[in-house]
Design a protein around this ligand. Sequence first.
Ligand SMILES: [Zn+2]
Length: 435
Amino acid sequence: MIRLLLVMSLSVLPVTACRSQQPEADPSTSTTPPPATDTTGATDGGAIALPAWRQHLLLREDERWAEALRIHFNALVVDGHVDTPMHLLDGYELGRRHRAFEAHIDLPRLFEGGLDAAFFSIYVPAALGEGAAAVRRARAMIAEVRRQVAALADSVEMAFSAADVRRITRAGKKAVLLGLEGGHALAASPDTLAALYAAGIRYVTLTHVNTNAWADASQTPPRHGGLNELGRTMIRTMNRLGVLVDLSHTADATFYDALAVSEAPVILSHSSTRALTDVVRNASDDMLRALATHGGVILINFHEPSVNRHLTPEVMDEVYRRLGGRTGDLRGLWNTIAEVRRERGLPRATLDDVLAHIDHAVRVAGIDHVGLGSDFDGAPMPAGLDDVTRLPWITYGLLRRGYTETDLYKLLGGNVLRVLEAAETTARRMAASPE
Ligand SMILES: [Zn+2]
């Protein structure tokens, strides 16, 4: 009987494209209040926006879908890294629905997938160097994101703090945060960092694939043995401003140097685990433990080659052999991986692989130190995660693996918001007691 009622109530929920087109929902069926256990503000009480026919099919498949959908759409879901701004600069319209093969994210699909807030990556190609051209590119991208978000003000809003994210999502809108990838776009200047903070940047990925003037990357030869003195100044400046230190893409030595300097907990905005997929972009178990001890969070990357367990060190050796010295060429790396994978008949990674990486990170770092950092719109996706509308399948998969409702609120967004808050607290503390 209970199940029948649930099926009925789910099926009458509004099929939403975006908030501006959404009819006023019947309060008796639409919103599940946050559970009594939630004291973290990790829920937004959103309505289930998956089409009713799809909910019917899922519930016929497995009745646990009712709980998965309730939790997923109630949770405040945060993605640590999406590359949608790259498309926005090329004329892509955030407010218009697209198909999965065109791009992974737009506003209507954010509602359907129940993704409440995302760090939009302001990605600057290494080829633009480490001077004015790189900064110009970052500024142009920030301006375009802010222009498109402002034009869709009844459905989406810019967020500059964890409190902003909670306020915006509780009002039923989507929240857009900004992260900078990578540190070469700071033109080796803490003043540029402060200026980009003022423009909205709330994390800096210290490096992309390229080593810069102050930090070593994981995919190009080291120059500093980690961070140099300017690098340490950059970290202290980030702490003072309340900008999160993001250690995805950095060399292991940079990772440990940054942990030693940073007074605020750090993030890996889009990295998976090296124990399951042994590529330099992923975090080792030792790094996961150090990150947790420091209070930080790893946001698991869906990027297909980062979660494909068939990419053994032997396969990767073959990939790097074919690439010659071009290890900093990201596109070339993906293409070569795909080529070797095809030749050897190795399967594409799946949604289950992503769940396995989340599971492993939780086992090593703990439930308070893991979240999601998809790389949507910036990377090839595993089978079953074709675009942002597939996010409820992550929640369902984790529920099946035994995660509780409280665990899920942490993994889906609570943990990364806690770390953002900690960075804000550190900045206030440093402002109150300057050295
Ligand atoms: Zn990246």
